[in-house]
Ligand binder design. Structure first.
Ligand code: ADP
Ligand code: MG
Ligand code: MG
Length: 205
């Protein structure tokens, strides 16, 4: 994720992965909400993947453009939340890409998502995958690991967080309306976070 080219390659992979898994995410959202999360994320990542980055000089700027594309195309609850994450992460993106710098940028993105959506960990949302991923990056930075170690660790943490949403009761968003029957179903937004971080991990350096 060092430069614009890495962001572009990662975006292409994200768009492909969300296209491949849109039905799976719609089905999870059918059980918890209104059955559109996969469709929303597929549309958003398709738009983000189609951004012309030829005039874009920094990864920070590219990530901000991704955020704007997501805000304007995903819609629903998740569009502003995922969009805000990329807008704020991009705004805080370091000019020298280090584990500590990326951890700080993603912490800023997470904080913005929490301010906007007011979800706490344990509420069965995307935050339950994102927060552990950010903590894994912070631990990796403290341990002096470079991004080629740190991002896979963050991806593994996001996947564990995603899986942990299965046993949680939904307390935010539409899923809260189905709180009683939400236990046993993984939160689709948490799955999306895991897809995004796992895909990013394949583009380090
Ligand atoms: P909508 O609920 O408007 O149809 P989506 O289906 O695209 O939007 O997105 C639903 C996902 O958004 C959920 O799975 C959850 O992870 C996330 N989400 C919803 N509300 C919140 C919130 N307040 N804070 C954090 N994440 C949220
Ligand atoms: Mg939905
Ligand atoms: Mg919807």
């Amino acid at each position: 994720m060092g430069g614009v080219n890495a962001v572009a390659a990662w975006l292409g992979d994200c768009a492909r992965e969300f296209a491949r898994r849109a039905d799976e995410l719609d089905e999870l959202d059918r059980l918890l909400g209104d059955a559109d999360h996969g469709t929303n994320m597929r549309r958003g990542t398709e738009a983000a993947g189609a951004i012309d980055l030829s005039e874009t000089r920094t990864a920070a700027e590219a990530l901000r453009k991704v955020g704007m594309a997501l805000v304007s195309t995903v819609g629903g609850a998740s569009g502003p939340l995922f969009g805000t994450f990329f807008l704020r992460t991009g705004a805080a993106w370091p000019s020298q890409v280090t584990t500590a710098g990326v951890a700080r940028a993603m912490r800023a993105g997470l904080d913005a998502v929490v301010i906007r959506g007011r979800a706490r960990e344990g509420d069965k949302t995307m935050v339950d995958a994102l927060a552990p991923a950010v903590r894994a990056l912070e631990s990796a930075a403290a341990a002096g690991q470079d991004l080629s170690e740190a991002l896979p660790a963050a991806a593994a943490a996001a996947e564990r967080g995603r899986d942990a949403t299965r046993d949680m009761v939904a307390r935010r968003g539409r899923a809260a309306l189905k709180a009683d029957t939400s236990v046993g179903v993984i939160d689709p937004g948490a799955v999306s976070v895991a897809i995004i971080v796992t895909t990013a991990a394949t583009h380090v350096r």
